[in-house]
Design a protein. Structure first.
Length: 317
């Protein structure tokens, strides 16, 4: 009897089963990878930027506020965001749900009458601002309270950093309440998300402060996680994130820039608050800006009555 001939069908069946199993595993891994890419792309398509601020309500209660800047061509704004509250020195951490204000969603860019953006069924890129908030308890006086929100992912069209589609947007706000309660309220204006090449423009990043403390504004490097920074392509960096010089007024938060390149870039603003020379708080803004070409010219103020004087002094008799 030829044992090899006798055993060959069984061996063939075993080899077939093994091959099927290997192919099955490969197929499952392939499907998993595809699903992860689809999930990541879906999330990446809606994030243009965000703000994170807080306000003291009463006692130990604070209201944390998060503004999401949404690309209207992407997925809808999520119904909630996850907020982490932590103090290392006080060994405390908690998690909260920032709930969506369904009455928000203001469109930021203004268009000529009859022109519609992607927010309203058109084709021109549109951006909305969606507001979230949550009331949280800060039970102790600690010098290192941190509020943080992480969202995936940045827009894949960003051209100034590596791997934008797999980079989170991470925002954090800081509170030192050992010197008393504190509020660092909303940014006075929503972020500007579109600039015109070759024209001098001003971006507004001022924050309301009801406590009369000293505010200091600066440009910072956008983050993807706690202590993790985005990787700028050369020649971009935190002080020149859009290619042209960006000059920020450290007292008002106004940023002047004259864009020189068409691009999609990101920058971040850090607002620090001091009381009696002690750092007691900070909030941040992280936003994507599209620099475009346009035939529109920013209007300039002409002189009064056809002259060159641009101011007038009035007095009461």
């Amino acid at each position: 009897m030829n044992l090899n001939q006798y055993n060959s069908p069984m061996r063939s069946s075993q080899r077939h089963n093994q091959s099927s199993g290997v192919y099955g595993i490969i197929l499952l891994v392939f499907i998993f990878c595809i699903m992860m890419i689809i999930h990541q792309s879906a999330n990446a398509s809606h994030m243009i930027g965000a703000d994170l601020t807080y306000q003291h309500i009463s006692g130990s209660k604070y209201k944390v506020q998060y503004t999401l800047y949404r690309d209207c061509s992407g997925i809808t704004a999520p119904s909630n965001m996850n907020l982490k509250v932590q103090s290392v020195t006080c060994s405390y951490s908690s998690f909260h749900s920032l709930e969506l204000d369904h009455n928000s969603g203001q469109e930021l860019n203004k268009f000529c009458e009859g022109t519609h953006s992607t927010c309203n069924g058109g084709t021109i890129a549109g951006v909305q601002a969606w507001n979230y908030s949550s009331e949280v308890d800060i039970p102790f006086a600690c010098s290192d309270w941190n509020f943080s929100v992480t969202d995936c992912c940045r827009n894949t069209g960003i051209t100034t950093i590596s791997n934008p589609g797999s980079s989170n947007i991470f925002l954090h706000a800081f509170l030192n309440n050992t010197l008393g309660e504190n509020s660092l309220g909303d940014f006075k204006q929503y972020a500007e998300t579109q600039l015109i090449i070759g024209q001098e423009q001003v971006l507004h990043s001022g924050v309301t402060d009801v406590d009369g403390d000293s505010l200091v504004y600066s440009l910072s490097t956008p983050e993807t996680g706690d202590g993790q920074l985005v990787n700028f392509f050369a020649p971009y960096h935190s002080n020149k994130p859009l290619g042209a010089e960006m000059n920020i007024n450290s007292s008002t938060g106004e940023i002047s820039i004259k864009p020189t390149h068409i691009l999609n870039g990101i920058f971040s603003v850090l607002v620090q608050e001091y009381r009696n020379a002690v750092l007691i708080g900070s909030v941040s803004r992280d936003v994507q800006v599209s620099i475009i070409a346009s035939s529109n010219a920013i209007p300039s103020l002409s002189g009064i009555n056809g002259g060159i004087e641009k101011k007038i002094i009035a007095c009461k008799a």
